[in-house]
Design a protein around this ligand. Structure first.
Ligand SMILES: [Zn+2]
Length: 456
């Protein structure tokens, strides 16, 4: 395992809850993890630099770079990047985009397609400063291979559905595959771990929810799912059980099983639902995606109810982008929009702080990921770091991450470190990227042909 030392004048260190502080730091990395962090005030950098140079003669020095934790995208479907273009080729939009169009195309995808498309999604995530993803998709082995091929770390939660959806014919093999992957020791070295991915409350039967919960308890799997994403989901559950999706999960014992739960979207939740979710799970807000599909959840209600929540991009199909910085901007402006649409609330609404924003894409639930923590710079955490050139005009003269987190920082991202490995961001110049691109392109054209979508 390689050991090396980084010394940087500006490092964004999470200080305490909801606080990031820029300090100078000497960071030691051993294999995939950070093993030691020494810090000093940036005003004392010159004298500390001298000491660190003597102590670590092989250290690499960064004077004009801000080092931050690499970001965590809390909800992705990386392989769905193919829909970024396909959706726009439709001459007429179907009544239910997910069930009538996505499911139709997804039923044609094989494992090699998913591996190839996942790679392209992973490259996009890395290029935007993301070092860890919570991915949810069919064929978990193919998703894991796609991640490992590129070097992105993450938790793969294979989509499980046994009532409807393209995975309903092979949910048993998805479950078996997840259990097998979890036992294979090689994945952890690639920074890839596994969890369970029931699709939603209405596409998964009572029996399967209970099986998933019991397996999660047995193997310490996180459960990552969609919750109250659509009106149809809420209507179906209510028609069957006269309960909301949250009440249904409560009834099944999922919320009190003592396992790590992460639920995406939460658009149609009642105040009572939110009360019942406090301290039970993390909700994941995907603002761009929700604005494209339906309408975003009311995060003020989430905040008011004291529910833990974080941010995700969802997928290029509904977002066009895997750039978390864009999501930060939307959340930052959220409460100002409330003033516009509800003038009597003017001046009563507090903006979410920039420090709190950054926590939504870094250390929220950092210690709940399988394996070493992510989104944090501390001994024992994964060496997942982002390097921003503060002399780039998009950032200059910023020094504090919180002060520049709404900038077009991706222009100034110079390199990424994931699992202790350095990634330069000129991937379009690399042979491996070209081979992966060529395969994805070939498969994209085949999928379009097999689903009768005209490409020019
Ligand atoms: Zn999703």
């Amino acid at each position: 395992m390689s050991t090396f030392t980084l010394v940087a004048k500006y490092v964004s260190i999470p200080k305490q809850e909801h606080e990031f502080e820029t300090l100078s730091a000497c960071i030691q990395v051993n294999g995939p993890n950070i093993t030691k962090v020494e810090t000093c005030n940036t005003n004392d950098y010159t004298s500390y630099k001298k000491k660190w140079k003597e102590k670590y003669p092989k250290a690499t020095f960064y004077e004009h770079t801000l080092i931050t934790p690499a970001m965590v995208d809390n909800h992705t479907h990386l392989a769905m990047n193919i829909f970024r273009d396909l959706s726009h080729r439709l001459t007429k939009l179907p009544p239910n985009m997910i069930e009538d169009f996505f499911f139709h195309v997804e039923s044609k995808l094989n494992k090699d397609d998913i591996r190839a498309f996942t790679r392209m999604g992973a490259y996009e995530a890395i290029a935007h400063g993301t070092g860890y993803v919570w991915d949810h998709y069919y064929h978990p082995r193919a998703c894991a291979q796609g991640l490992a091929d590129t070097g992105l770390s993450g938790c793969i939660t294979g989509t499980l559905q046994d009532i409807y959806g393209p995975g309903s014919s092979f949910w048993q093999s998805t479950l078996e595959e997840t259990l097998a992957l979890h036992q294979e020791s090689t994945w952890s070295a690639s920074g890839v771990h596994f969890g369970l991915g029931p699709h939603a409350t209405d596409s998964v039967s009572q029996k399967l929810w209970q099986e998933v919960t019991s397996l999660a308890q047995q193997h310490k799997f996180p459960i990552h799912f969609h919750l109250a994403q659509s009106k149809q989901e809420v209507q179906r559950i209510f028609a069957q059980h006269q309960q909301t999706p949250v009440q249904w999960l409560q009834h099944l014992g999922v919320l009190t099983a003592g396992v790590h739960l992460r639920a995406a979207h939460g658009i149609y939740l009642t105040h009572t639902d939110l009360e019942n979710l406090r301290n039970k799970l993390s909700l994941i807000f995907c603002p761009s995606s929700a604005m494209s599909f339906a309408h975003p959840a009311n995060i003020n209600h989430w905040e008011h109810a004291g529910v833990n929540w974080c941010l995700g991009t969802d997928c290029a199909a509904s977002n066009d982008s895997l750039n978390l910085l864009k999501e930060l901007r939307i959340v930052y402006g959220w409460n100002s929009l409330q003033n516009t649409f509800n003038p009597q609330q003017e001046n009563q609404i507090q903006k979410i702080s920039r420090n709190a924003l950054l926590h939504k894409v870094t250390s929220t639930a950092s210690h709940q990921v399988p394996g070493a923590p992510v989104g944090i710079i501390e001994p024992g955490a994964r060496a997942n770091l982002a390097f921003w050139n503060i002399h780039h005009p998009s950032l200059w003269p910023g020094r504090e991450w919180k002060a520049i987190c709404l900038s077009d920082g991706n222009n100034a991202l110079t390199q990424m470190m994931i699992q202790g490995k350095v990634f330069t961001l000129n991937m379009h110049k690399q042979d491996t990227y070209h081979a992966h691109l060529e395969e994805a392109e070939k498969r994209f054209l085949q999928v379009a042909k097999s689903t009768h979508i005209a490409l020019t």
